[in-house]
Ligand binder design. Structure first.
Ligand code: ATP
Length: 196
């Protein structure tokens, strides 16, 4: 069974992914793949340098992620060029990891931008699970995690809205309350997934 797991920044996606992993799911982290495919020696990094210039590298030869993020945040064409380099590789690696999971596994693909990536990304899942929390709750979690209020708000606004995510959800996990409430919902989801 292939589950697409998503949710806005600060919604508690990673926490839910961990709870599902604790229960035996095979969790694949799209963010981790995104970092892997731009490591030194990877062709994606060479293409990024060709496209954006050597100034996107740090002195140690690794990608200056913050610097590149600032470039693409301000320029939609640049963002499209970066996505054209990274997205196919992330999808390919993700598909490899899904294929490598045991046939009877519940595979959870933790993908922050599932909704933002459009129709193609929405296909192929047995279920799409959305972790949801009110914007003010997410904001305060992000601030607690060390983001400035302005930065946290900017990141939230740059993503899909709660409504857009909820519209594609087969299952919604409401993470507007405490961790005990979250765990109860994950238990309920986990047993439902096994009932088919
Ligand atoms: P990001 O998109 O930034 O990776 P995320 O959606 O994966 O965020 P988490 O990292 O799981 O979110 O959670 C954000 C923060 O909120 C973490 O510090 C986490 O410990 C905390 N948190 C998550 N759920 C709850 C909850 N129900 N009650 C209190 N704190 C929570």
């Amino acid at each position: 069974m292939k589950i697409g797991l998503t949710g806005g920044i600060g919604s508690g996606k990673s926490t839910v992914a961990q709870l599902l992993a604790d229960r035996g799911a095979v969790v694949i982290d799209a963010d981790a793949i995104a970092r892997e495919i731009v490591k030194p020696g990877e062709t994606a990094l060479a293409e990024i340098v060709n496209t954006f210039g050597p100034e996107v590298l740090l002195p140690d030869g690794t990608l200056d992620r913050a610097g590149l993020a600032a470039v693409v945040f301000a320029d939609e064409d640049a963002r499209a060029r970066l996505d054209a380099i990274t997205h196919p590789r992330i999808a390919e690696r993700g598909a490899e990891l899904i294929a490598a999971a045991p046939v009877d596994a519940v595979v959870v693909y933790d993908m922050p931008l599932l909704v933002e990536q459009g129709a193609q990304a929405l296909r192929g899942w047995d279920r799409i699970v959305v972790v949801d929390a009110p914007d003010d709750v997410r904001l305060s979690r992000l601030i607690q995690r060390g983001l400035s209020p302005d930065d946290a708000r900017r990141r939230m606004v740059a993503q899909a809205s709660r409504e857009e995510r909820l519209a594609v959800a087969d299952d919604v996990i409401d993470n507007g309350t405490d961790l005990a409430g979250l765990e109860a919902q994950v238990n309920e989801l986990w047993s439902r997934l096994h009932l088919g």
